[in-house]
Design a protein around this ligand. Sequence first.
Ligand SMILES: [Zn+2]
Length: 406
Amino acid sequence: MTEIQRAQATERLYFQDAYLQEFSARVTGRESREGNPVVVLDRTAFYPESGGQPHDLGWLDAVRVIRVEEENGLILHFLEKELSAVDQVRGRIDWPRRFDHMQQHTGQHILSQAFYEVVKGETLSFHLGQEESTVEIGIPAIKDETLQRVEELANRIVFSDLEVKTYFLSEMELTTVPLRKPPKKSGPVRVVEVSGFDYSACGGTHCRRTGEVGLIKILKQEKIRGNLRFSFVCGFRALREFENRRRFLQSASVVLSAEESEVAACVEKNLAELKNLKKRQKKLEEKLSFFEAREMLAGNPGGIISGLYPDKSPEEIKFLALNLVHQAEVLAVLAAYRNENFHLVVAASDSLKVDVRGVIPVLQAEMQFKGGGSPTLVELVSPEKDKAGRAIELALEFFKTRTGRV
Ligand SMILES: [Zn+2]
């Protein structure tokens, strides 16, 4: 039996006082797990990961506590490095992190009960994330105005600054309180009561008054397993979220030279204009290709025309190739870049009676290529951008031997 297995159940100081930031305790067990020293204390204010609430961080003497877990009634403190061989230690939890967890967790109790009161939606799960928290509510859909009522009720509870009480009840006594959800285990249960509003069986850490939770704001909803999952933030997180969104909206408003309330309409208008311009540009490029092809053919009236065009799009070289093979009896091998890829278009006039697809295996023998086409036009794309020149060379050699043209 290891020292840890022999240790007595840890006294959880956070049950009595969630605001306790520093404490002294006796080391009752030590071992090493996954390369980290682990210690057990006779008492601790460190909260272990459970019930959707992440574990605390902090220090035992000067050594950082990097993870806290519960195991058979023991609370395991995972340490960054070995603790000196002392019996008594001083523990200090990372208070801003813990208080943030308390705000989100207490906010969840309030929000869950608000969902229950307004739409009889039961909370199926809760997750306290690094950025946002989520609750999965057992309802298939909700109207915007109903969701607003849920949020308003939750915030009214916050602004009423109700007391949040915690107490243990025996199984018999439990029948006297309207628990939102039946407890998962038998025996005495720790009840967290948002004074007269919500009663939950919960072992987490909570604010002592609802006012400390601060604003509760629902950010988004998504469907999951036929239910709805809501993301929300409370307290300081809500404040930061407001500030981030304000800054974002302000910069969008400056870039667009529009009032903040006009940003969406302005983006919509610009997108419509952009769409029109793209259409117009495409038409002009098609027209331009005709003249470009004519000019190119003037200098090469019946051979193989090739080139790499870094300034043209893959669509433009396709227009150009089609114009070339329509205006004269030629074969065109043209390349262009897009992002990290290069595109190759090979086209031949019908009258040449060459199946340009024959070049594909020749190219694929030396580099990666995807694509295909018809006997008179193939469009290929390769991630090996630096081999565009070599691809043109290979295609030219292939067609020279096939057609006898230069
Ligand atoms: Zn709780």
